[in-house]
Design a protein around this ligand. Sequence first.
Ligand code: ATP
Ligand code: ZN
Length: 304
Amino acid sequence: MSPPANTPVRDRLRIAIQKSGRLAEPARALLASCGLSWRESRDRLFCYGESLPIDLLLVRDDDIPGLIADGVCDLGIVGRNVLLEQDGGRSGNGRPSVYREWRALGFGGCRLALAVPDSWDWQGPEQLAGKRIATSYPALLSRWLEEQGIAADVVLLSGSVEIAPRLGQAEAICDLVSSGATLTANQLKPVMTLLESEAVLAGPSTEFDPVRGELADLLLRRLDGALRIRHSKLLMFQAPRSLLPSLLPLLPDAEAPTVMRLDDGDDLALQALCHGAVTWQRLEELKRAGARGLMVLPVEGMLA
Ligand code: ATP
Ligand code: ZN
């Protein structure tokens, strides 16, 4: 994917994110937590990176894979469902993937599910043979049907897929589901999961040039730190050394604690980075097990 001869080489990194919608705010917040800040253009489509030469392009989520494939953007934050659907469309027939999923970002969780009317007595995928299935994900659905060896009609709809069975357009649907409330409201039930999805940081499957490669590496290192500490807390407490065997297993998903000796006695001061939930209940359990002076601190940054 080399740029046309008359295109100047870009020395800034450009990331496409959703302009508005489910992924817009969490994507910006995550990048901001990596220390990025921007100046917004008047049309609010382009944000010029101020703290680092990393700019944002605000677009529809469906446009993100194409912008990456065409080299207009270097990276994008998009649902795995959109990325794989478009990758299937572009790179089918056994050709290699155009994209690379760099990181799963832990928000925008949902699944691409097959749903059938509540009244169906679901026995298995073979029941779909000869049926019409409405979806906005024709590539992913077609591939799955092929893998299952089932011949069914894929009916492409751009929206409101869930009402297709009631309108007589299809017998089943394949759509994104998070809580399942929309399905229930339409007298449908999910019967198979085709894909577990969440927002991902995606890039091209090809290498970056050295300048943008270095910027991408820096961003990934900060992103790893930000993702790691998102739900992490620093837990500090004191306890006699003899109680450690019963206290340490109570620390929620903790890294090896830093241990300091207090005076000459048996008392220790400990601090542990906990990646699991430090709940009130857990603090009370630690106290009952002999910990004193328990203190929970937020973690602002981490660089491994
Ligand atoms: P755009 O205007 O950018 O095209 P959109 O309507 O296609 O927006 P959203 O509804 O904001 O997109 O969804 C963006 C992404 O959020 C989806 O592609 C999916 O990865 C994720 N998502 C999480 N939960 C759900 C859900 N219940 N329904 C749809 N998408 C969901
Ligand atoms: Zn969209």
